[in-house]
Design a protein around this ligand. Structure first.
Ligand code: ADE
Length: 347
């Protein structure tokens, strides 16, 4: 059976128009708003994005506002979404465009791809959703749909596979580029599900899907195993002194750049090791509480952490940024990995 891929267009769009979810970014044609949604949706679930998206646009409604917002406030709006370089790149991009006197994102795929934080996927999704460009967005959902249709056993991490589907789908893209892009994503999200349970009986494309015919859906997509994540152990210290909490700003490059964190040490310290260390750095205290052990998993790295709450009676001068508990909640953004420990702070 050869796949005549142009046959997917009509049934797919018909299905989408009937079944699509009511999502906030589907109510707008504004390229700024669509851009924000696409960046938030990278690496983050639709359900988690909805509220962030609405709040973000209330506080930062235009490209000009995004260019002008304080970085700390921007990161606060992003707090909890993870992958903070997305937020910083949004602003870099806005500043660049505003500086050039532009009122909106460029209406050209190649120009879009040159902008900070906009790779081939985001350029294609923004282009086809906001600007009627015939640029199909190839994300993990779409690759799952396509490799199942074709029984394609190439490694989907290989760029050539993505380029190949980009080319194939751009050839059959209808005038309604927005619905086409969104319908493929939606089919991957609602029907052509990963991990063992695709709902093929409800799929508008099963009539030409090779893997449905041969009952091989679960063999696709083929994805080479990622490298094992590195494990880093840490000790998180919540230092409280005169009702204030010690924080420090992370370096402006690298993991979780420019976010705030509690004082932390490499390796997991036992209480006795910690007492010795506090003596060395001249911190006196009345009491130390052991907090629970937690793990945080990043894409390439795991933090395995233990925490201590330390009620200090003297601290070295100029050692940290001391903030009130209220400021910590409202003004400073802590990465999710560490904010779990903030729940231990008593008001
Ligand atoms: N994932 C990425 N972009 C999306 C969109 N526009 N709608 C739903 N899920 C998405």
């Amino acid at each position: 059976m050869n796949v005549e891929i142009e046959q997917i267009v009509k049934p797919l769009i018909k299905w989408f128009q009937k079944e699509k979810r009511d999502l906030p970014w589907r109510k707008t044609n504004d390229s700024y708003q669509i851009w924000i949604s696409e960046i938030m949706l990278q690496q983050t679930r639709v359900e988690a994005v909805k509220e962030y998206y609405k709040r973000f646009l209330k506080v930062v409604p235009t490209l000009q506002d995004l260019a002008a917002i304080e970085e700390d406030q921007l990161l606060k709006l992003w707090e909890g979404l993870g992958y903070y370089s997305r937020a910083r790149n949004l602003q870099k991009c806005a500043k660049y465009l505003v500086l050039q006197g532009k009122k909106e994102l460029p209406r050209d795929y190649e120009e879009l791809k040159k902008l900070p934080g906009i790779g081939p996927y985001a350029a294609a999704s923004i282009g086809s959703i906001a600007y009627q460009l015939k640029t199909p967005a190839i994300d993990g959902n779409v690759l799952r749909v396509m490799t199942r249709i074709y029984e394609d056993d190439r490694d989907i991490m290989n760029k050539k596979v993505r380029d190949d589907y980009f080319f194939k789908l751009s050839k059959i893209m209808p005038e309604n580029t927005r619905d086409f892009t969104e319908s493929l994503m939606e089919l991957g999200a609602l029907i052509c599900l990963p991990n063992g349970n695709p709902l093929c009986d409800s799929c508008p494309l099963s009539f030409l899907c090779k893997s449905f015919k041969n009952k091989t859906m679960l063999n696709y997509p083929v994805k080479k195993k990622l490298e094992k994540r590195k494990i880093e152990e840490k000790t998180i210290l919540i230092l409280e002194y005169h009702d204030k909490i010690a924080i420090q700003k992370r370096p402006n490059k690298g993991l979780l750049a420019s976010l705030y964190e509690f004082y932390s040490l490499e390796e997991k310290y036992s209480i006795n090791q910690l007492k010795k260390y506090l003596k060395q750095i001249k911190i006196d205290y009345v009491n130390i509480e052991l907090l629970k052990e937690t793990k945080h998993i990043f894409s390439h790295l795991e933090w395995h952490m233990v925490g201590y709450y330390i009620h200090c009676t003297s601290v070295p001068e100029n050692s940290f940024i001391w903030v009130t508990k209220e400021e910590l909640e409202t003004k400073y953004s802590l990465p999710t990995a560490i904010s779990i420990y903030a729940n231990n702070i008593k008001k």
